[in-house]
Design a protein around this ligand. Structure first.
Ligand SMILES: Nc1nc2c(ncn2[C@@H]2O[C@H](COP(=O)(O)OP(=O)(O)OP(=O)(O)O)[C@@H](O)[C@H]2O)c(=O)[nH]1
Ligand SMILES: [Mg+2]
Length: 426
């Protein structure tokens, strides 16, 4: 084992000097403050037992470093990015030495395990700290402005992300009138949602309905086809499925196609899709149903590439289930973010406890919601989506889960959700 003393003006410089001389494998055995700087003793080429022994000595030695004034120098606080474990207290330092010694014992597989444990712990700690900070800042707002804090809590109970609650509460002109503030915040929330006046059911077009497994893509395609057929005739519609990955994937859409008297085509690759789209060029509305696969599935990207590369003007509607957990919805959004999405279809609002996850996603990605599905029935359980409808449903779900919350009865027509029947309009 080689041992050497390094002196420098600051701890940071001393550590850098050790690193420059011996590289990252060196360990620091002790440090002390000198009159005009610091001295650290470092070792390299050590045997594990030697370091363990030195670590024990460091741990049990009288606190000479403290007596010699190892209180952190002011620059240590301002150089946090350069701070290293070696700058820790002597006893912590000895633990670190032991940890290093122990880690030298382990093989690489063990190191990988430790690393992943460490990552998990760091991520847990980060969550804990973020949670604490959130609580602290909310408490702070509560102390200074209890009305605003109450509004933020109410908005948060919609499942909205904190940053959106903060923005909405900050916009509130009269937070001390709770009901007026709540009503205004809901209107402001609706204004945060992106809208589009594009009407598939009026104008047709070519649409791929994409989304993760079981969210209601095929059912949405069937509902859209049936509603369009009722308005314009079934002969104006073509249906395509790219779902060749699953047994029964084609059958499900074919059954709807037969019932509606609409031809259904299977496209297994980009060229086939392009050919079928050419064949269907006389149709007003072409709906492409896609395979249900986990958002983590590699096949998904291949399938999406097929659709994107087909050379036709295809609009992508991302189907999001309102029942999915927030984190899953966020993951789905990031997986599908490579595709230029026209908007979303939100399904299963009849089974959802809150719209928070989908609201956060569509606000963040500025996507309009073209349709809202609130049941399994074809075609009636699909309704045009709008910002105000989404907010009304979110509010109603909150009302249902917290009946003590006062209801706003200001709109001329109250929206309905599952508990009150299926119609969202009329
Ligand atoms: N409650 C409720 N069920 C729905 C809704 N939309 C679809 N479903 C049901 O959800 C289930 C899955 O629907 P599908 O249309 O097959 O979903 P998918 O996304 O095509 O599924 P995969 O192709 O397997 O990925 C079916 O039982 C549908 O009836 C809805 O809005 N509410
Ligand atoms: Mg399907």
């Amino acid at each position: 084992m080689k041992i050497k003393r390094f002196t420098a003006d600051t701890m940071r410089e001393a550590i850098r000097s050790v690193r420059d001389t011996w590289g990252p494998d060196a360990v620091i055995l002790s440090n002390k403050k000198l009159g005009n700087g610091v001295e650290i003793t470092a070792a390299i080429d050590f045997e594990v037992e030697e370091v363990e022994q030195l670590a024990n000595e460091t741990e049990h030695a009288p606190a000479h470093t403290a007596a010699q004034g190892t209180a952190p120098r002011p620059e240590a606080a301002t150089q946090r990015q350069a701070a290293t474990p070696e700058q820790a207290s002597p006893s912590l330092q000895s633990h670190l030495l032991k940890a290093r010694a122990a880690s030298a014992h382990n093989n690489s597989a063990g190191n990988a395990d430790e690393l992943s444990d460490l990552r998990r712990e760091i991520s847990d700690l980060r969550g804990l700290i973020e949670g604490e900070l959130t609580q602290m800042s909310w408490r702070e707002i509560g102390r200074h402005n209890p009305h605003k804090a109450a509004l933020m809590r109410r908005l948060a109970s919609l499942g909205l992300k904190r940053e959106f609650c903060t923005t909405l509460a900050a916009q509130s002109a009269a937070p001390d009138d709770a009901e007026a503030a709540w009503k205004q915040a809901l209107l402001d929330l609706a204004a945060m949602l992106t809208e589009s006046d594009h009407d598939l059911l009026a104008h047709g077009g070519t649409y791929a309905i994409i989304g993760s497994t079981g969210v209601g893509k095929t059912t949405t395609v069937a509902k859209l086809a049936a509603q369009y057929a009722l308005r314009h005739g079934a002969d104006k519609i073509g249906l395509i499925t790219t779902d060749c990955f699953r047994i029964g994937g084609v059958d499900q859409l074919s059954t709807f196609g037969q019932l509606l008297d609409i031809p259904v085509f299977l496209a297994t690759d980009r060229l086939e899709l392009s050919d079928i789209l050419d064949q269907l060029s006389d149709k007003e509305l072409i709906l492409i149903d896609t395979a249900g696969m986990s958002q983590r599935d590699i096949e998904l990207s291949k399938q999406l590439a097929t659709l994107v590369g087909a050379g036709h003007d295809i609009q992508f509607y991302l189907t999001l289930s309102a029942t999915a957990q927030q984190a899953i919805t966020a993951e789905i959004m990031s997986v599908f973010s490579d595709i230029k999405l026209a908007g979303t279809v939100i399904t299963k609002v009849d089974e959802a406890a809150s719209l928070g996850g989908v609201l956060n996603a569509v606000i963040k990605h500025q996507l309009p919601t073209f349709f809202i599905s609130n049941g399994q029935k074809v075609p009636e359980d699909l309704h045009p989506g709008s910002a105000i409808e989404l907010v009304k449903i979110a509010r109603d779900l909150l009302q249902r889960s917290s009946p003590h919350q006062p209801i706003l009865e200001t709109e001329s027509t109250r929206p309905t959700t599952h508990s009150e029947g299926k119609r969202l309009h009329g």
